[in-house]
Design a protein around this ligand. Structure first.
Ligand SMILES: [Zn+2]
Ligand SMILES: [Zn+2]
Length: 142
């Protein structure tokens, strides 16, 4: 094995009331912001900021989140949230095993910087995108 720099990348987070906790132990594949209407509903009108984490790098460490997927949508994502306080923590897509972690639920979200904006075609006039990051009008595939 080639020599590597070992860095402790584990990040922890949880919901507003503390009943649900998780750990992220792998570096994110994507760091982004999503402007879609569903994210706006969950985020008070703002885009949602997220880490896309490989599935082996995500673990629930306390409590059991509730799940919801819209039955009327053919490719509905599954949303994981605290059944007590309602905080939206994680989303998983049917076509991608990676875990979408909501940045605001990290214990320390202060070092996050997005490098991609997705679903920007649904952005509202008051949304902002940092200079120089990639913008996709839709959900990029692959
Ligand atoms: Zn909670
Ligand atoms: Zn979205």
């Amino acid at each position: 094995m080639p020599a590597q720099t070992i860095v402790n990348t584990t990040k922890e987070g949880g919901c507003y009331c503390g009943a649900i906790r998780y750990a992220v132990s792998k570096p994110p594949l994507v760091k982004g912001q999503c402007h879609c209407r569903a994210c706006q509903r969950y985020a008070g009108g703002a885009p949602q900021f997220f880490l896309l984490v490989p599935p082996e790098g995500f673990d629930w460490t306390k409590g059991s989140p509730a799940e919801y997927a819209r039955p009327d949508l053919p490719n509905a994502v599954t949303r994981y949230f605290c059944p007590t306080c309602g905080t939206s923590l994680v989303t998983r897509r049917q076509d991608n095993p990676a875990v979408v972690v909501k940045v605001g639920t990290l214990d320390d979200p202060s070092r996050f910087t997005p490098h991609v904006a997705i679903c920007h075609g649904e952005a509202l006039a008051f949304h902002t995108v940092p200079d120089g990051i990639a913008i996709f009008e839709d959900l990029p595939t692959g």
